[in-house]
Design a protein around this ligand. Structure first.
Ligand code: BTN
Length: 336
């Protein structure tokens, strides 16, 4: 979305009626241009009601970040953070990776109001909707090698879960290696991309996406069971409040992880582990490589999986619940 479209969105965000004439004057546009921009907002999934003779209003108000509150709350946070809020970008991870290559500072944070081509793990698309998702990335530079960052995504998941709990979210769980769940539905995801030498130094782009308020169209596009912060909090916090709490927690997680690795986060991770003791299948590159019962995670973040003979450790892969159990129940032999 270019800046003028976003300026129009800011005017309409409160859900009140705004006259076309006044919008045109404020944005220095013709009425025809305003009408064209309204059409563009609609193609992005926003529902705009046209009131003949009076103007436009959004069917649902939109919760945009409050720059003043954000700036004020950032003052009390780590001096290492340099925050920038973009109106739109394809992917905060992609943009931050480009900036990192060009020498961006440790602690650079890119937040985006609307991410148009968000990336998930394993080449998946990360779906987000304007004003309804939280998407940001943090650049963190480490003196040690990229190979020692294996447990980082688990530590970040714990940091994000704690932040959401402080905001009142109930029953936030983590799923190996880096998903946030609530009641068997995905609440958020983490995409960590690392660069650097095995011996160090290294750098990580830590990308976080949290579903804030999923509408029907976003849920449909996600196509898998998903949930959002609003559904899981008794009193819905603002996006700004969620972003601030997440940033504070993620930064203190990164600081501690830099010094001590994953070990101090392990108990907190296990305490929130969605699939502890469940029977799962582990796949790597879409190939099923192991099946067993989840014992837990090791001090370096590796998944511990028990089969009949042994406990094996895995540093990468994708988990899904084993279908065997449900098959055992539904494929019982008929009574003779
Ligand atoms: C996953 O569960 O697959 C990880 C999703 C990570 C999404 C976030 S949103 C901010 C950052 N920018 C991206 O393009 N992806 C991450």
């Amino acid at each position: 979305m270019d800046t003028v479209r976003f300026s129009l969105l800011r005017i309409l965000a409160d859900g009140e009626v705004h006259s076309e004439e006044r919008i045109a004057r404020t944005l220095n546009l013709s009425r025809i241009e305003v009408d064209k921009l309204i059409g563009e907002l609609e193609t992005l999934g926003l529902r705009v009601l046209r009131r003949t003779g009076s103007g436009y209003r959004l069917e649902d108000r939109i919760d945009l970040y409050d720059a003043n509150v954000l700036a004020e709350r950032m003052k009390g946070m780590s001096p290492e953070l340099h925050l920038e809020v973009l109106e739109e970008c394809p992917s905060t991870n992609t943009v931050l990776a480009e900036r990192a290559r060009a020498g961006a500072a440790h602690g650079t944070v890119l937040v985006c109001e609307h991410q148009s081509a968000g990336r998930g793990r394993r080449g998946n698309v990360w779906v987000s909707a304007i004003g309804s998702s939280i998407t940001f990335s943090v650049l963190w530079r480490f003196s040690r090698g990229a190979g020692t960052l294996a447990g980082l995504s688990l530590a970040i998941a714990v940091g994000a879960a704690k932040a959401l709990e402080r905001l009142g979210a109930r029953n936030v769980q983590v799923k190996w290696p880096n998903d946030l769940f609530c009641g068997e539905r995905k609440l958020g995801g983490i995409l960590i991309e690392t660069t650097g030498d095995a011996a160090g130094p290294s750098a990580a782009i830590v990308g976080i996406g949290i579903n804030m308020r999923l509408g029907a169209s976003a849920s449909k596009r996600i196509g898998r069971p998903a949930t959002d912060v609003v559904t899981n909090c008794a009193a819905a916090p603002s996006r700004t409040a969620v972003l601030v709490e997440l940033l504070a927690s993620i930064v203190s997680t990164l600081e501690r992880f830099s010094r001590e690795g994953f070990a101090p986060f392990r108990q907190a991770w296990l305490g929130r582990h969605a699939w502890q003791g469940r029977r799962v299948v582990l796949s790597q590159a879409d190939r099923r490589v192991a099946e067993g019962e989840v014992v837990g995670v090791a001090e370096d973040g590796a998944l511990e999986l028990a089969s009949e003979r042994e406990i094996r450790r895995f540093h990468s892969g994708e988990l899904s619940l084993s279908l065997e159990l449900s098959c055992e129940l539904s494929c019982e032999k008929p009574l003779e």
